[in-house]
Design a protein around this ligand. Structure first.
Ligand code: ATP
Ligand code: MG
Length: 215
């Protein structure tokens, strides 16, 4: 997908299996914009990220990424779009414990059916100050290091949209600001749109736009 792409959220609602119903505001994220998604615990931040990534199906309304409405794609095309154009940093990082840091990064192109790009992986590891950890396994990383590896992996395929769920929760102030600088800089280099779901006031202050969800 060519960069940058706009993301439109329209009439979006989601009903969890337990009956919890969430309604999200209409919203346009311009290509290359950088957002904090804030709101109290349980207001639906993680659910909204999952809807934007096409990992959950809305019960009403739609998400449009570039020219494509996620609900109008086949499951296969949605998976393909997610793999190639959306980088996701989950709250639980989902690094594979049996793979080295480098191979965790190379998983991103492999899963998306793209050529393995070792140079890209090594370059990201360098820029995220992880190059000395290339051959380590995730269980031998600090929480902050593991977060940066997950971010590097999410950036591997030069996504058009980067979604991060509470990526700074484990970090002290200095590491938090450094990580936000990196996220902003790396997404700017990809001309990607950045959305960070957070409780963290430091994140809200560091990003130019804020979307607030109400319970
Ligand atoms: N798998 C699920 N099944 C049923 N209800 C769920 C599920 N996941 C979330 N919910 C409910 O949906 C609502 C929104 O949850 P969500 O995880 O999106 O909130 P959040 O804003 O990310 O919260 P937090 O800040 O604590 O991470 C909550 O009321 C939650 O209990
Ligand atoms: Mg959440």
């Amino acid at each position: 997908m060519s960069h940058p792409v706009h993301v439109h959220v329209s009439g979006l609602g989601f009903r969890h299996a337990d009956g919890t119903t969430l309604q999200f505001p209409d919203w346009t994220l311009d290509g290359g914009s950088q957002w904090a998604l804030i709101g109290p615990s349980g207001c639906g931040k993680t659910t909204l990220l999952q809807l934007l990534a096409g990992l959950r199906k809305p019960s009403s309304g739609s998400v449009q990424i570039g020219a494509q409405r996620l609900d109008q794609l086949s499951e296969q095309d949605r998976d393909r779009l997610r793999g190639r154009s959306i980088g996701i940093v989950f709250q639980t990082l989902y690094l594979l414990p049996t793979l080295s840091v480098l191979n965790n990064l190379l998983l991103a192109p492999a899963m998306a059916g793209l050529e393995p790009n070792r140079e890209r992986a090594l370059d990201l590891l360098r820029r995220l100050e992880l190059d000395h950890l290339t051959n380590r396994h995730p269980d031998a990383l600090s929480q902050g290091q593991a977060q940066r590896v997950a971010i590097a992996r999410a950036l591997m395929n030069r996504p058009a949209l980067l979604l991060a769920d509470e990526p700074t929760s484990a970090l002290d102030d200095r590491a938090c600001l450094r990580l936000l600088d990196l996220l902003k800089e790396e997404t700017r280099l990809c001309a990607a749109t950045l959305l960070v779901a957070t409780h963290d006031q430091r994140v809200r202050e560091a990003l130019p736009s804020v979307q607030e969800l109400t319970p």
